[in-house]
Ligand binder design. Structure first.
Ligand code: MN
Length: 258
C-alpha cells in the first residue's frame, strides 16, 4: 500500500480524523480594532446576486467583500515591513501549507492572565517532554480564546489601556523565527501578537520576526483542544490572492485516533 492509500484507508475507517480549525466567516466575525490614526479593516460581507429568483431562476450565489485579515486567516511575509521583499500570499509554496503541528496549551495561564506571554522557557519545557519542534511545521498556541470568538468585546478584551489578549514575548518570537525549523505559528486570538504588543520592543515582535524571516502566521484558530500535543498534520488553505498580504483560510488538522 502506498502512503496515500494508507491515508485514504485511515480517513475512511476513522483512524485519522479531520478537525476543522476554522471559525465560521460571517458579518459577525470579530475584527481587529486599531487606534487612530490607523486604517481599520472592513469586516466580511455577503451581497446576494440571486436566490432561485428572477435574477437567476435556478441558482443561488453571492458576491463578498472584506479584509484579507478577517476571521481565521493566513499572514504572508509581505504583510509586515520586515518581510516586504518576501512572498505575497499567492507566492507561498504549496509544500509549506501542509506540515506537522505541535500544540502548546497555555489556556489555564491565559484564563488567569489575559496578557500571558509565551516564553522560550515555556517552549523548551514542551520540547523536553515531547521532542523537538517539527521541521517545516507549525507551533499552535492554545489559550482558550476560541471560546470568545462569537463575541467581539470578549474576543478583543479591551479596556481603557487597550486590548488584553495573550501572545509571545519578544525573545520567544525572535527565537521561533530565527532559531527553530518551524514555518509558522498559529494562535486563537485576533492576531499573532499579544494585545499589548504595540508597546513591546520591537513592537509586534511576532509579526516583525516571523514574517521578516519569511515565515507565516495563522490567526483566529478554533478547536485546538481537539489536537494532541504532537502528531497532528496541519493543512492551511488561504486564497491565492495575487499581491495579497494574507487571506481568510480554511485550516484543517489531520489527527490520529487509536
Ligand atoms: Mn493578520
Amino acid at each position: 500500500m502506498t502512503a496515500l492509500d494508507s491515508l485514504v484507508d485511515a480517513l475512511a475507517h476513522g483512524s485519522v480524523a479531520v478537525v476543522d480549525l476554522t471559525l465560521p466567516l460571517s458579518e459577525r466575525t470579530p475584527l481587529l480594532q486599531l487606534p487612530e490614526p490607523f486604517a481599520n479593516t472592513p469586516g466580511f460581507q455577503l451581497r446576494e446576486l440571486s436566490a432561485y429568483d428572477d435574477r437567476g431562476p435556478a441558482w443561488y450565489w453571492n458576491a463578498f467583500t472584506g479584509g484579507e485579515h478577517v476571521g481565521t486567516h493566513f499572514d504572508a511575509p509581505v504583510h509586515w515591513i520586515t518581510g516586504r521583499d518576501g512572498e505575497d500570499v499567492s507566492q507561498v509554496p504549496p509544500s509549506r501549507l501542509i506540515g506537522p503541528a505541535v500544540v502548546i496549551d497555555k489556556s489555564t495561564e491565559a484564563a488567569a492572565d489575559p496578557d500571558y506571554l509565551l516564553t522560550v522557557a515555556d517552549v523548551e519545557a514542551f520540547t523536553a517532554q515531547h521532542g523537538p519542534l517539527p521541521d517545516g511545521g507549525w507551533l499552535l498556541y492554545r489559550t482558550g480564546w476560541d471560546a470568545r470568538a462569537d463575541d467581539q468585546q470578549a474576543f478583543l478584551n479591551a479596556d481603557e489601556t487597550g486590548p488584553h489578549t495573550p501572545g509571545f514575548d519578544p525573545e520567544c518570537a525572535r527565537w521561533l523565527a530565527d532559531d527553530t525549523p518551524l514555518v509558522g505559528v498559529g494562535v486563537e486570538t485576533v492576531g499573532t501578537d499579544a494585545g499589548t504588543a504595540h508597546s513591546f520592543e520591537p513592537a509586534f515582535p511576532c509579526h516583525s520576526f516571523m514574517l521578516g524571516a519569511g515565515k507565516y502566521g495563522l490567526t483566529q484558530l478554533a478547536n485546538l483542544a481537539q489536537l494532541p500535543p504532537t502528531g497532528a498534520v496541519l493543512v492551511a488553505a488561504p486564497l491565492r490572492i495575487v499581491r495579497g498580504s494574507g487571506s481568510p483560510a480554511r485550516v484543517l488538522a489531520l489527527v490520529g485516533r487509536s
